[in-house]
Design a protein around this ligand. Structure first.
Ligand code: FAD
Length: 417
């Protein structure tokens, strides 16, 4: 079933009776060529590109809950390509280009909105760092501009420019960055994968990974053993738990990240705005809610809910940067489990077990990576060679120390990234 303006019109005039389910609800087969653990954005995108780019169709995505119930449906939807370090920079550049053609590719409205991201800076040191970052982005072939305080004030008059502790001096702007509707991205990839024959098995938790002689042979689930020559982990915040089923210890800690949304308001913020102080980021959804978040909860946990001190911190940061927000009512808050690596950068690699692959360590930035992560992971699974856009995301960098990409220069401390 293809979506088109004509189809919407026809269905609208005939009582919307012709729409079909976006994906099937099949029973598991006893054996697949490949099984993907985790039906989040990355797992579904991987299945989609495995089928589309590599013709692998006898594959299944196993999801312990429901599609979109993990971080892919919990994030603040920011999509950007403004990374600084080689390794990350080309990967996220590649991802943004995929985003730009994704809705046409999937024939699905993911509400991609290139409204621009503003990284606000508050002092000379931060301005220097923003200029260095802008140069790196431009060298990578993407867009970046430095705005003066006056230019920024003209674009976003609502901000508090003269806060005593954090006066605003200007911003780094990337116009091609923006937001996309997160759960629609999961649904679009799920539908595209299903149309190509991929089985999406919801409520099918992987409880064990079976190996024989150093080679993976399948996964255990409450619906029985499912055999597969290739097993690909894409379990985000639960990556360490899933890898432990195969006896692997990952350089990953799981931490909670919270997000918040206000009641719906008239349009007041046209861009995504991030503040260097307080690590605050805010945008306005198409429904009018102000969507915002800040730091991790700063202790390791698998609970997808947050603590009150971080709520207080986030509200304080909001009031300091955007005092008008004090008049809005908070509608909802929630949390997601972040898979934090010591250098804040991801892993897409083989593991020491033959046929077992790892996609993890997305920290709080994996939504924007979704299409490139899926494409690069699919390439690795199908060919056993890393895709050149993800060539730096090796697992052994944490053993050797070579090739670490400490994007935020916070050192090997998970909760500071
Ligand atoms: C509050 C918040 C704000 C964020 N903001 C942004 C942002 O603005 N921009 C950005 O780029 N990123 C952001 N992120 C990060 C981003 O959401 C994640 O990095 C990304 O979604 C992780 O990949 P995923 O979509 O595959 O994860 P998930 O959707 O979590 O998918 C993993 C899936 O694996 C499943 N699973 C786990 N264990 C098993 C098992 N044993 N068997 C079967 N299935 C299993 C889970 O149920 C889950 O559905 C944010 C995250 C949060 C929580």
């Amino acid at each position: 079933m293809r979506f088109s303006g004509w189809r919407v019109l026809r269905e609208g005039l005939t009582g919307n009776r012709g729409w079909q389910a976006h994906w099937r609800d099949p029973d598991p087969k006893p054996e697949y060529d490949a099984v993907i653990i985790g039906g989040g954005g990355h797992g579904l995108a991987t299945a989609y590109y495995l089928a589309k780019d590599h013709g692998m169709r006898n594959i299944a995505v196993l999801e312990r809950g429901y599609i979109g119930g993990g971080n892919v449906g919990r994030n603040t939807t920011i999509v950007r390509a403004n990374y600084y370090l080689p390794g990350n920079s080309e990967f996220y550049s590649h991802s943004l280009k995929l985003w730009e053609g994704l809705e046409q590719d999937l024939n699905y409205n993911a509400m991609m909105s290139q409204r621009g991201i503003l990284n606000v800076f508050h002092n000379d040191a931060q301005r220097d760092s923003a200029v260095r970052r802008a140069n790196a982005i431009i060298n990578q072939g993407d867009d970046a501009e430095i705005l003066s305080r006056d230019q920024l004030r003209e674009m976003v008059p609502l901000l508090n420019y003269d806060n005593n502790r954090f006066p605003i001096q200007g911003a780094l702007l990337q116009r091609r960055a923006g937001t996309a509707r997160h759960d629609a991205v999961a649904w679009g990839f799920a539908r595209g994968a299903d149309q190509r024959g991929v089985d999406i098995l919801q409520n099918c938790e992987v409880t064990g990974i079976r190996t024989e002689g150093g080679k993976v042979i399948g996964v255990e689930t409450p619906r029985g053993l499912i055999r597969a020559g290739k097993v690909a982990m894409a379990a985000a915040g639960r990556s360490s738990q899933v890898a432990a089923m195969a006896g692997l210890t990952l350089p990953i800690e799981s931490h909670v990240l919270q997000a918040f949304v206000s009641e719906g308001l008239k349009p007041i913020i046209d861009h995504v705005i991030t503040f260097a102080e307080g690590h605050l980021y805010i945008s306005q959804s198409d429904k009018g809610g102000l969507v915002f978040g800040s730091y991790l909860d700063l202790y390791a946990s698998y609970a997808a809910r947050g603590n009150l001190p971080m709520v207080e911190h986030t509200m304080e940061a909001c009031m300091a940067m955007l005092p008008a927000i004090g008049k809005a009512r908070l509608l909802r808050s929630w949390g997601g489990i972040m898979d934090m690596t010591p250098d804040g950068s991801p892993i897409i690699d083989r593991t020491p077990i033959e046929g077992l692959y790892l996609n993890a360590g997305w920290c709080y930035g994996g939504f924007k990576a979704t299409p490139a992560s899926g494409q690069c992971y699919a390439h690795l699974i199908a060919t056993d060679r890393p895709h050149q856009a993800a060539a730096a995301f090796r697992l052994d960098r944490f053993e050797t120390g070579r090739g670490l990409m400490d994007e935020e220069a916070t050192g090997a401390q998970h909760n500071l990234h």
